[in-house]
Design a protein around this ligand. Structure first.
Ligand code: AMP
Length: 436
């Protein structure tokens, strides 16, 4: 057996159905807010991430999967997608099509992190970007949308942590203050932070090492270093959130792991996730478009990325059914006699055309065995099509839960199924799904 790569995983049914459900829910909400999907490549030139995410970030300095192409161009599996979306925005001059571009993506990202529960080397993100407006209103609507997604998914126990990391003009003064305070305590910091304190002191605030926390808690906060415009931008975002009833907690030392963020920075943490409790994160990045060759006038942007794997974990915790069984309205067609094979296949085709999911047993296998298979395939109903049934133009409809069975005339079958099984194409339900 060839083992899979460390930090990657196979997502099997029924868990994969939860991923589909989350994606479906996210798409629905995103479309309500007028986002459209963008699909960018999974690998890009390394310089794209180095320039946007930042050379001195953990992601770029030690977590990227980078390899030379056959012509020696350095390529990287994307560790995040904002850089790609902004690259595409610039390449296709999307600001000429609409004054505001609202784009979303769903797909795998790659980071060579230390794997643990909720942290993988290949993981999936659902993310979105709003490009072309710096208005606080845009920040507000994005956050409101995320709340409504969590609400629809019935995920509770979350907290929106909010900060402003200021603009490029504010940064040098703050970094100087950070450096000054870090210098005397440098030897007490973890090895990573000793390096960060010099190369990129903002990243020290992001450190999760226990021994560093008392030091971090005493570091200056950004709010005192914001310029007037950044202060009023942040105040307006907070005002709108309060007016809209979106609960948030100020997190004055919240910074994000990527260098391109300006002003609004946020994350949603969730109580059921354990150590890796960040469900999603994001923020404003008003200089990124320009840094990647676009015009300053169309440059403002804000976005977020949801960790889809963690969203699914939160959903599983909320439903209290990690081993939830997919209990769709699946129908199993049992065909005890080989000669009835064609009739069974044609019935299956009619059912599917009408919108019912169904499975056909192996024609000619013993009925008892087919019933066992029907139960194992999670079907709730069986249609038995034997020699008598075919010749009389009827089918036996059996409810697998209690074994009750009755004869239904073929012309009445669809109406009976609609009444008993549910309308064709009706959404599958989750057994064990509870309200939280
Ligand atoms: P980031 O792109 O670092 O802002 O991360 C956004 C979200 O992606 C985080 O809040 C996590 O939910 C998720 N995430 C980041 N890294 C990983 C990882 N290695 N494994 C699983 N989820 C991740």
């Amino acid at each position: 057996m060839i083992p899979s790569i460390k930090g990657t995983r196979d997502i099997l049914p029924p868990e994969s159905d939860l991923f589909l459900e989350v994606e479906g829910l996210a798409r629905e909400v995103l479309h309500l807010y007028r986002f459209a999907e963008i699909r960018t490549p999974i690998f890009e030139r390394t310089e794209l991430f180095a320039r946007s995410v930042g050379e001195a970030t953990d992601i770029v300095s030690k977590e990227m999967y980078t390899f030379p192409d056959r012509d020696d161009t350095s390529l990287t599996l994307r560790p995040e997608a904002t850089a790609s979306v902004v690259r595409a925005y610039v390449a296709h001059r999307l600001w000429e099509r609409a004054s505001i571009s609202r784009l979303y993506y769903i797909g795998p990202m790659f980071r060579r992190e230390r794997p643990q529960k909720g942290r993988y080397r290949q993981f999936s993100q659902i993310g979105a970007e709003v490009l072309g407006s710096a208005l606080p209103q845009v920040d507000y609507e994005l956050l409101e949308m995320l709340c409504s997604l969590l609400e629809r998914a019935r995920i509770q126990g979350w907290e929106l942590r909010l900060n402003s990391v200021g603009c490029v003009a504010d940064r040098p003064r703050y970094l100087a203050a950070l450096r000054a305070q870090l210098e005397p305590v440098l030897p007490s910091l973890c090895a990573d932070c000793q390096r960060r304190a010099v190369s990129n002191p903002l990243r020290v605030l992001d450190c999760k090492v226990e021994q560093d926390q008392p030091i971090i808690a005493r570091l200056p906060t950004l709010d005192a270093y914001l310029c007037g415009e950044c202060t009023s931008h942040f105040a307006e975002v907070q005002r709108l959130l309060s007016a809209g009833g979106v609960p948030f907690t100020l997190a004055p030392r919240l910074v994000r792991g990527l260098d391109y963020y300006t002003r609004t920075a946020f994350e949603f943490v969730q109580s059921s996730l354990g150590g890796q409790n960040a469900l999603l994160g994001g923020g404003r990045y008003d200089g990124l478009v320009e840094a990647l060759g676009g015009p300053r006038t169309a440059g403002a942007g804000i976005g977020f990325a949801i960790g889809e794997d963690r969203f699914v974990m939160a959903l599983q915790a909320a439903r209290g059914a990690t081993d939830a069984v997919f209990a769709g309205a699946a129908i199993f067609i049992a065909v005890p006699g080989a000669p009835q094979q064609t009739a069974a296949l044609s019935l299956a085709r009619d059912l599917r055309a009408a919108g019912w999911a169904c499975e056909v047993g192996e024609a000619g296998r013993k009925l008892g065995r087919q019933m066992e298979l029907a139960a194992r395939s999670q079907a709730r109903w069986a249609l038995i099509l034997g020699e008598t049934e075919v010749s009389q133009g009827v089918v036996q409809l059996k409810r697998l839960a209690d074994g009750s069975q009755r004869t239904v005339a073929r012309p009445a079958l669809f109406a009976t199924l609609t009444a008993e099984v549910g309308a064709p194409g009706a959404a599958a339900t989750w057994e064990g799904a509870g309200t939280v």
